[in-house]
Structure formats: C-alpha cells, structure tokens
Design a protein around this ligand. Structure first.
Ligand code: UDP
Ligand code: MG
Length: 320
C-alpha cells in the first residue's frame, strides 16, 4: 500500500547547481524533523547546467524526492503550477531553491495550518543582499498592485507559502495562462494568515529574474487582476480631448480677432508629438491585453513535461 503523503514541498529550479545540494540538505533536515510522510517535488524548469544530473542523483538515493523535468524553460510561475498539479500532500509548501526563503519556517507554517488556516504565506520583513533597484522596484510593485486591483493581495509576500489541499485543488481548476499565482490564491479567499521572516541573501549563484522577466511578471500580475490601465486610456483620452477643445476655441479666437496665426510651429509640433506618444502608449496597453487574450484562446498546455521520476502513480506527462 502506498502511504498517504502529509506534506508536499514544491521547489522550482532553474540553473541552480550551486545551491541545490545545500537546499536539499536543509529542506530534508526540516521535513525529517516533522516525522510525517512527505515528498519534495523539484520542478526542473529547463536548466542548462548540471541541475538535472544533481536531481537524478538525489532521486537515486532518496525516495522522498520527485522530479518533474520540463521540456524547456516555461518560467517560475508555471513551474510552481506543475508542482502543485503533481503534489499529493494534504498541505503543499512552495519554496524557492536559493534558500532566500528559510525552510526552517515550514514547521511554523504547518502549525498555523493545523490551527485551521488554509493559506499561510511568508511575509518578508527585510530583504538582505538584494540590490537597491530590486528592493525599490519590489516595494513599488507590491504597492502599485494594491492600488490597482480589487483583490486584497498582501504586500511583500512572495510565493513562499503553505496551502491546504482544498486550495490546491481549487487552484488546479483555474486554467489561466499568464498567471500570477499569489494573486489567484488571494482571489480564492479561504482563511489566510502571514508569518514574518527575514529574507536572506541568495545562497549562491545569481538571480534568475532578470529585468525582462520581472517586467513580464509585473505585466501579468497587473493585467490579470486589473482593468485600470485600460480605464486610464479612457480617462486620459477624455481629459486630453477636453484640453484640445479649449485650445481649438483659442485658435479660432486668434484667427478671428488677432489675425496672428502663422507663428505657432513650435506649439503644434509639441502638441502633435505629445499626442502621438500618448496614443501609442495607449495602443500598447490595449495590445498587452489583446496579446494575453490571444494566448488564452490558443488553448495550448501550460507546460510540457519531458519526464517525471519517483512519482507513485504514473502521471499524465503532457501538462495541462
Ligand atoms: N526560477 C524558475 N524559472 C525561471 C526563473 C526562476 O524556476 O525562469 C526559480 C529559481 O530557480 C528559484 C525561484 O524560481 O528557485 C526564484 O528565482 P530567483 O531566486 O532567481 O528570483 P529572485 O529571488 O531573485 O526574485
Ligand atoms: Mg531568489
């Protein structure tokens, strides 16, 4: 008989050869300490370094380790999604591989879960060893998200969290593609609570979130929970039309009463450049939404799995 798994830990990994042995060691120490059946699911998000062979080795000697090997890099949020799809535990913990989220916080999260909370998220008190730019952009992003969306998404929380089986199942029923998982979890409701921790420095290696990925992440987050950017275009359009109406009246007045109408090249240039800029920006915003609608309609699977290892039951390998 297969024993029922109490806890699943989902770890997305992308080129983490330098940190993997250490995160395995610390995670295992914590999970063993709990004295209940557990599994650690590593989702290899198309790594090009030695990550996969390290995972294979771990798999050989530890039956708690499971691997989902993606066919290519599908991104952090998708890797987490896959991990949750495959997780069997009564509670599922999502944690970064780089030890910026301390595994030692997991028992405390489990304690809150036992008290009846369905979602226990880690709340970052301090971010150590991160660049000024990263800290500032993160702080700005979380506050902007709060202003722009109707969903109450807690500020300064990452994906480091524990979710109950019911939340995990509810999450699986949500098929949207450009996903912002913490937003979706907040949107789901349930009983949620935060536990605070200091975010440590990355154990080794560099961030796998370059500016480009960060921007995509921010756009996904905002567009999937807010129509405010679209509303912004209408408001701005309206305000600008009103201003131009006033200017039009001024021009007519000038023509009729002063006869002084040729001079004005500079002002017309400024106005035309400004308006063109605004129009292009608004088109861009609309385009971001349309692009995402297009993405959803194609109905491709979220991710494609090359192979899985150590799962008790053979699972469907095609993603969703
Ligand atoms: N990650 C991933 N796919 C990606 C980028 C990142 O699976 O395309 C993983 C990465 O291995 C790490 C976690 O997501 O476990 C968070 O990434 P990182 O620590 O680089 O982000 P940061 O903490 O700098 O925001
Ligand atoms: Mg990190």
């Amino acid at each position: 008989m297969i024993e029922a798994i109490s806890f699943s830990v989902v770890v997305p990994v992308f080129n983490e050869e330098k940190v993997l042995p250490e995160s395995y060691r610390r995670l295992t120490a914590v999970m063993e300490g709990l004295g209940e059946p557990y599994e650690i699911i590593f989702v290899n998000d198309g790594s090009s370094d030695r990550t996969m062979s390290i995972l294979d080795e771990l798999c050989e000697r530890d039956r708690h380790i499971r691997i989902i090997d993606f066919a290519k890099n599908f991104g952090h949020q998708t890797a987490i999604t896959a991990g949750m799809d495959y997780a069997d535990g009564k509670a599922v913990v999502v944690i970064d591989a780089d030890l910026q989220d301390p595994p030692e916080l997991i028992p405390q999260m489990i304690q809150c879960w036992r008290e009846g909370y369905d979602v226990v998220y880690g709340k970052r008190k301090e971010r150590k060893g991160e660049t000024f730019f990263k800290k500032m952009s993160a702080a700005l992003f979380y506050r902007l998200m709060r202003k722009m969306t109707e969903v109450d998404i807690p500020v300064d929380t990452g994906d480091f969290r524990l979710i109950d089986r019911r939340v995990c199942d509810a999450l699986k029923s949500i098929k949207e593609r450009n996903r912002y998982i913490r937003g979706i979890i907040s949107w789901l409701g349930f009983r949620q609570i935060g536990v605070e921790f200091d975010r440590e420095e990355r154990f080794a290696g560099e961030t796998k979130y370059p500016l480009k990925k960060m921007l995509k992440f921010a756009f996904d987050a905002i567009t999937s929970f807010s129509f405010k950017p679209l509303k912004l275009s209408s408001y701005l359009g309206l305000t600008l039309s009103f201003c131009s109406l006033i200017y039009l009246l001024f021009v007519i007045w000038q023509k009729l009463f002063t006869g002084n109408t040729v001079a004005g090249w500079a002002s017309s240039m400024v106005i035309s450049l400004f308006f063109n800029g605004v129009v292009l920006m608004m088109l861009g915003i609309a385009g971001e939404y349309i692009g995402r609608i297009y993405d959803e309609t194609k109905g491709r699977p979220l991710y494609v799995v090359r192979r899985v290892r150590n799962f008790a039951v053979e699972k469907d390998c095609r993603g969703r």
